[in-house]
Design a protein around this ligand. Structure first.
Ligand SMILES: N[C@@H](CCC(=O)N[C@@H](CS)C(=O)NCC(=O)O)C(=O)O
Length: 214
């Protein structure tokens, strides 16, 4: 299988966790230049990473890539419960992390890349407010759970890079101890630790400046 992506991309890290959890082999097509992006565009005109090509099949969207691996290349770690009912909270939390943590985090990062006269301070302020609300909601939701929805799952694949980068752009308040500890547990999970390590060389590229931690 060929995975179009980049180690520093949050959504690629989300998918990489699933590959690493179950030791599924793949070749990375590093998206680093016009030629590689041209290849991506040929299979996925929206040019978003990650995209997975498995023979004649192209699978896009990190969540669906993770679901696909579970269906076609199952391993010991079932990231989506086989029972449709048990899968609902996992998918709900996956949506929560993508829509309400990753999206506002990307808004803040993306805004910093705009020319000074095209910035969107109102949008960035709304994104920061949304992150605050998400962090608080998560603090109440995690309770004493080790992972977001019980066993390690798709939801944690989404949580890991979203909380990792969100804390860089809008630090999680010290009072939200459960969220902060959950983020640390995610960083200690070998699959995510590997993805974070592979992305280390690219930290100088982080537009807002990567903090000297993690
Ligand atoms: N909904 C997509 C989002 C993917 C996404 O936003 N990827 C970013 C990198 S983290 C990307 O491709 N950015 C390049 C661009 O927007 O041109 C998913 O879940 O996979």
């Amino acid at each position: 299988m060929k995975l179009f992506g980049h180690p520093f991309s949050s959504y690629c890290q989300k998918a990489l966790i699933a590959f690493y959890e179950n030791h599924v082999p793949f070749d990375l097509r590093l998206l680093a230049d016009a030629e590689s992006f041209g290849e991506l565009e040929a299979v996925w005109p929206l040019k978003k990473m990650p995209a997975l090509v498995d023979g004649e099949t192209t699978i896009v969207e990190a969540s669906i890539i993770i679901e696909y691996l579970g269906v076609r290349y199952p391993g010991p770690v079932a990231l989506v419960p086989s029972s449709p009912e048990a899968a609902l909270p996992v998918r709900t939390l996956d949506r929560f992390f993508d829509n309400y943590v990753m999206t506002p985090m990307q808004k803040i990062v993306g805004d910093s890349l705009r020319p000074a006269d095209s910035r969107d301070p109102h949008g960035v302020s709304e994104a920061r407010k949304q992150l605050e609300t998400s962090y608080r909601w998560l603090e109440g939701t995690l309770q004493n759970r080790e992972w977001a929805a019980g066993a390690f799952s798709l939801a944690d694949c989404a949580a890991a890079p979203s909380l990792f980068y969100a804390d860089w752009v809008h630090p999680i308040d010290a009072a939200l101890a459960k969220v902060r500890k959950y983020r640390q547990r995610l960083l200690a999970r070998p699959s995510f630790a590997r993805a974070v390590d592979e992305a280390r060389p690219y930290r100088p590229l982080f537009p807002l400046g990567a903090p000297d931690r993690d």
